[in-house]
Design a protein around this ligand. Structure first.
Ligand code: 5GP
Length: 189
C-alpha cells in the first residue's frame, strides 16, 4: 500500500506508551495495526507469541540480521535483542493499514531516518522521573534489578526526546490518548 504510514511511539519504560498504543489500536477509524517486533528475550507474564512479540531464539535472530531482514534491530538490554522485520511492515501495509510501533528510542529514530516522510515519531514522557519510577514499580512485572536497569537507561533516552516530531507528556492518560489520536488523524490524512 503506497499510502501506508509508520507511527512510532518511543519512550523510557514506565511512561505509559504501551497503554496509549493499545488504546489507539482500538480506534477503528485510525486504521492502525501493531508492528509486532521480534525479540530474543523470554516471554513475560501474559504475553502471547505472535501478538506481543515474535519470540525467537538468539540464533534465529542472528540469522535474520545476516539475511538483512530487519528494518532496524538493537540489543536493547544486554543479551536481549529486539527488531522490526521488513516482512512485518509489508504485512500491515498490504492490509491497507498504518503500522504503529511501540519501540525503543534508538529504534524509533532509525525508522524515522529510513522513512522520513512516512513516519510520525512520537516521544512519550511522564511529567517527572519520580512518576516514571512509581509506574514501573506498580506494574510488578520486573525484578528490582530490572527496574534499576530501566531507570538507568531512562536518562539517556530522555536526551533523545528533541529529535522526535512530537513530545507527548502523559500526565492525564485520557488527555494524552486523545491528543495522540488527533495527531495521527492529522498526519495520515
Ligand atoms: P520490553 O522487554 O519491556 O517488552 O521492551 C524493552 C524495550 O524494547 C522497550 O523500550 C521496547 O519499546 C523496545 N522494543 C520493542 N520492540 C522493539 C524493536 O523492534 N526495536 C527496538 N529497537 N526496540 C524495541
Amino acid at each position: 500500500m503506497e499510502k501506508g504510514k509508520l507511527i512510532v511511539f518511543s519512550a523510557p519504560s514506565g511512561s505509559g506508551k504501551t497503554t496509549i498504543v493499545h488504546h489507539l489500536l482500538q480506534q477503528q477509524d485510525l486504521h492502525l495495526d501493531f508492528s509486532i517486533s521480534a525479540t530474543s528475550r523470554e516471554k513475560r507474564g501474559k504475553e502471547i507469541d505472535g501478538k506481543d512479540y515474535y519470540f525467537i531464539s538468539p540464533e534465529k535472530f542472528k540469522k535474520h540480521i545476516e539475511e538483512h531482514e530487519f528494518v532496524e534491530w538493537e540489543e536493547v538490554y544486554k543479551g536481549n535483542f529486539y527488531g522490526t522485520l521488513k516482512s512485518e511492515v509489508e504485512r500491515i501495509w498490504s492490509e491497507g493499514k498504518h503500522a504503529i510501533f511501540d519501540i525503543d528510542v534508538v529504534g524509533g529514530l532509525r525508522i524515522k531516518e529510513k522513512f522520513p516522510e512516512k513516519t510520525l515519531a512520537v516521544f512519550v514522557k511522564t511529567p517527572s522521573k519520580e512518576i516514571m519510577e512509581e509506574r514501573l514499580r506498580s506494574r510488578k512485572t520486573d525484578s528490582e534489578e530490572k527496574i534499576k536497569e530501566r531507570l538507568a537507561k531512562a536518562d539517556r533516552e530522555l536526551s533523545f526526546a528533541d529529535k522526535f516530531d512530537v513530545i507527548l507528556v502523559n500526565d492525564d492518560l485520557e488527555k494524552a490518548q486523545k491528543e495522540a489520536a488527533e495527531m495521527i488523524t492529522q498526519f495520515v490524512s
